[in-house]
Design a protein around this ligand. Structure first.
Ligand code: 7TS
Length: 405
C-alpha cells in the first residue's frame, strides 16, 4: 500500500473541506499536520499527568519528568546520538541556532569569520549576524552553482584559518537541495571550525544518524515532523556542550546559586532554563513513534517520488519555472516554482480557491530569492500523507491558472 493511503485517515485535519474542495495540503515544509496519536498523547498528558518537571517529588511531578526524559531518549535513538546528555530541548530550529549563536558568539574575537551559505533560511543568518555584530567578526557565504547546489570549490576556498563557525542547511527549504553534510563537516572540522547544521527540512524526511553526519551541532523543529509547535532539538557533541558556557540562564539550569555566581547543572539541563515544553515533548515522542513505525527510509522514498513528480509535471506547464536541482537529482520534499505573469501571492490565493494550500513569498530566504532573481516564489511541499493525486491536482490547477491569463 502506498504511504499516503496508509496514513491519510490518521490525520483528522485532512477531512476538512476548504472553499468547497477537499483540502490538498501542500505546505508541510512550513508546518506539517499532526496524526491523531500526537494530538491524543498531548491531550492524555494534560488530562492525566501534567505537573512541572525536575522539581516536584509528588506523583504527577515524577510522571511528567519521566515522560519528558523518555521523550529525550526517544529523540536520542531517532537521531543516533551517542547519549541523552547530547539532546537539548529547545523551542524550535530558530531557537536552537539562536542558543548556539549566543553561546558561541562569546568565544569570537575580532578578525574571526563565520561561514554560511547563500541558501540559508533567515533563522540561520540573523543569529550569526547578531553574534558577529560589535565583535569585528565577518560573515562569509558560500555561493551556489547554476543548478542550485553549493559551489564546493568556493566552500574550500572560503574555509580558512579565521573560520570559526560553519553553519549551513542540511536541506534547502526552497530549492530542496540536499547538501553533503558529512563531506562539508569533515572539511570544516579539519580547518578548525565548529560545524552547525540546520536540519529543519531534513529531520522530517531523512533517516538521521549523528555519528555519520560528522557535524558538531544539529538543530531541528518538531512541528515540521508531525509533532507539535513550540519544541525543537539541539544535538551537540558531548565534549563541546560540556565546554560551552550557557548564554541563557535561570530556573533549573543550575546546581548551586549564590548572590553573585552560580554552578551550572549537568548536561543537558544546563541549556534548558525555565519550564520546558513538556506536553510538546510528549507530542514529539508520539510523532517519532509514528514516523518510526512507517520507517524513515520509506518516508524518504515516498516524498522523493512526490518531489520528482512535482518537478516534472510543473516544469511541463508552459510559463512555469521550477527552482532547484532537476528531477533526476535527489532532493528534499519541497518544490518552489513561479508562473510567468502571476505574483506568487496570487498563485497561492487562486490555488486556495481550489482547496490547495501552498506557501508563497520569500520563504525567509531573501538572499536566495535574489539569487533566483525573484522577490518570491510559490512552493509546494510534502509529507507522509501527501499523494500523487495531490501533486496532479496542483499541476492541473497551475496549468489552468496559466490558461486563464
Ligand atoms: N531553517 C529552515 C531550513 C527552515 O525551513 C525553517 C522553517 C527554519 C529554519 C525555522 O524553523 P522554526 O521551526 O524555528 O520556525 N521554514 C519555514 C518554511 O520554509 N516556511 O515556513 C517556515
Amino acid at each position: 500500500m502506498r504511504l499516503d493511503e496508509q496514513t491519510r485517515a490518521d490525520f483528522p485535519i485532512l477531512e476538512r473541506i476548504v472553499n468547497g474542495h477537499r483540502l490538498v495540503y501542500l505546505d508541510s515544509a512550513a508546518s506539517s499536520q499532526k496524526p491523531r496519536t500526537v494530538i491524543e498523547a498531548m491531550s492524555q498528558y494534560y488530562a492525566r499527568s501534567h505537573a512541572n518537571v525536575h522539581r516536584s517529588i509528588h506523583t504527577l511531578g515524577e510522571e511528567a519528568t519521566e515522560l519528558y526524559e523518555a521523550a529525550r531518549e526517544r529523540v536520542q535513538r531517532f537521531i543516533g546520538a551517542a547519549s541523552r546528555e547530547e539532546v537539548v530541548f529547545t523551542h524550535g530550529t530558530t531557537d536552537g541556532i539562536d542558543l548556539l549563536a549566543g553561546a558561541l558568539g562569546r568565544t569570537l574575537r575580532a578578525g574571526d569569520e563565520i561561514l554560511i551559505t547563500d541558501m540559508e533560511h533567515h533563522s540561520n543568518i540573523i543569529p550569526w549576524q547578531m553574534a558577529a555584530r560589535d565583535r569585528g567578526v565577518a560573515i562569509r557565504s558560500v555561493p551556489l552553482r547554476p543548478d542550485g547546489t553549493l559551489d564546493l570549490d568556493a566552500f574550500e576556498r572560503l574555509l580558512g584559518p579565521r573560520t570559526r563557525i560553519v553553519a549551513f542547511a542540511h536541506v534547502s527549504n526552497v530549492l530542496g537541495t540536499i547538501n553533503p553534510v558529512a563531506r562539508m563537516a569533515a572539511r570544516a572540522r579539519q580547518a578548525g571550525a565548529v560545524v552547525v547544521v540546520d536540519g529543519a527540512q531534513a529531520a522530517p524526511h531523512l533517516s538521521l544518524n549523528m555519528s555519520l553526519l560528522d557535524c558538531d551541532y544539529y538543530v531541528f523543529s518538531a512541528h515540521k515532523m508531525l509533532g507539535p509547535t513550540g519544541i525543537g532539538v539541539l544535538w551537540g557533541r558531548r565534549a563541546l556542550l560540556e565546554a560551552l558556557e550557557p548564554a541563557r540562564g535561570g530556573s533549573e539550569m543550575i546546581k548551586e546559586v549564590w548572590i553573585d555566581h552560580a554552578r551550572w547543572n549537568d548536561l543537558p539541563w544546563r541549556f534548558e532554563p525555565g519550564t520546558p515544553p513538556i506536553a510538546e515533548a510528549v507530542g514529539l515522542m508520539a510523532a517519532i513513534e509514528y514516523l518510526e513505525k512507517l520507517g524513515m527510509d520509506r518516508v524518504a522514498e515516498h516524498e522523493r517520488a512526490l518531489a520528482r513528480q512535482a518537478v516534472e509535471q510543473l516544469a511541463a506547464v508552459p510559463g512555469v519555472t521550477v527552482y532547484g536541482p532537476p528531477a533526476a537529482v535527489e532532493r528534499g520534499a519541497v518544490v518552489a516554482f513561479s508562473v510567468e505573469g502571476l505574483h506568487p501571492h496570487d498563485i497561492a490565493a487562486l490555488l486556495d480557491q481550489e482547496g490547495i494550500a501552498v506557501r508563497a513569498g520569500h520563504h525567509c530566504a531573501q538572499p536566495l530569492m535574489r539569487w533566483c532573481g525573484v522577490v518570491g516564489t510559490a512552493r509546494a511541499s510534502f509529507s507522509v500523507y501527501s499523494s500523487p493525486e495531490d501533486v496532479s491536482l496542483l499541476s492541473h490547477a497551475v496549468g489552468a491558472l496559466r490558461s486563464q491569463l
